[in-house]
Design a protein around this ligand. Sequence first.
Ligand SMILES: Cc1cc2nc3c(=O)[nH]c(=O)nc-3n(C[C@H](O)[C@H](O)[C@H](O)COP(=O)(O)OP(=O)(O)OC[C@H]3O[C@@H](n4cnc5c(N)ncnc54)[C@H](O)[C@@H]3O)c2cc1C
Length: 322
Amino acid sequence: MSADILLLIDTIEDKLSSGYYDLIGILNHFDQDAIKSKMIISSRNKILPQVPENKCHDLDILNVLNDKFKHPIPQAFSKEILSRLNGVKPKYICLPHNMRGCQIAADLAINLNTSVVSGVDALIQKDDQVLLKKSVMNGKWITETAPLNYPVIFTINQGAFSAQEDIYIDIDEDIISYEEIEISDDSYTSLNISSMDDDNSSIEDAEVVIGAGRGAEDEDVIELIHEFAKFFKNGGVGASRPLCDAGIFPYSHQIGETGKVISPKLYIACGVSGSNQHIAGVRQAQEIIAINKDPQAAIFQIADIGVVASLEEFLPILLGAL
Ligand SMILES: Cc1cc2nc3c(=O)[nH]c(=O)nc-3n(C[C@H](O)[C@H](O)[C@H](O)COP(=O)(O)OP(=O)(O)OC[C@H]3O[C@@H](n4cnc5c(N)ncnc54)[C@H](O)[C@@H]3O)c2cc1C
């Protein structure tokens, strides 16, 4: 396989997984005249993705097709990739940082006898090397990792590389090829996939997320928060872990280190103290507004706008004004 960077992405019911724009956005961080990039997409039906205008001119896309890829099958996808490497290995193999991306990354690393760097937030060009930047210890430290051997496999955090200013256009069909493949691995078949969300809205896809923390656990305040979210065209409600542990929200709404990592345009933290474990899930938000009655709350350290107020008093005034 002739490529310096290999990008891997799957689909769910003919829709590219949510990490696609970050994956393609990563190409902006490499000198595109000097590298060859290839993307492999697994899907049931033919996919025609959008690509950034004037970028990725040297991108070559392969869509591997099989009916079983209606839902992702990570082990079948990684087997397919390994079968195509044939001794010619890319320098970088990149996947979205989600459960399936990590599973494929681990599988490839074992077979290629190389290492994985997971949850990368940025790439830094230093001399002739690309360093991988990521946060560790619940966001307390930032590390820069220099790969010692190649290929280096890494997973990228959602929102870390998708550029807002990019204009996406329909792909030039010349750069995509389609190939029906056999899947011999029958260790499992995915029969069905359904949303765990009670309201069917995913906080990962929402542009504005209202985060409810323990300061918002009162039933009336939760109701106000849902009302507030409805005000936005693509709004969703997330929660801190204590609210999920208490059963006030399903775990599919939990934001943070052990919940979801989100990258909305706006995150509005309501009664959230700002623990490192929670912040780990919202660091990529473009703007953060915090509403908290304690002026010393840690959330104000990362907020672009802070409102010191009690939610019971502030939210009705705000909603009345909207
Ligand atoms: C291994 C591990 C993993 C974890 N993973 C996660 C995770 O993924 N996500 C997560 O969220 N947490 C996680 N936690 C828990 C985390 O450490 C914190 O305990 C949690 O984030 C705190 O949630 P909170 O901010 O809602 O509550 P609190 O820390 O109790 O903060 C409540 C805030 O609300 C404010 N407040 C109270 N009443 C009002 C009011 N009426 N009006 C306005 N403000 C008010 C208070 O001033 C306070 O700042 C994890 C912990 C561990 C140990």
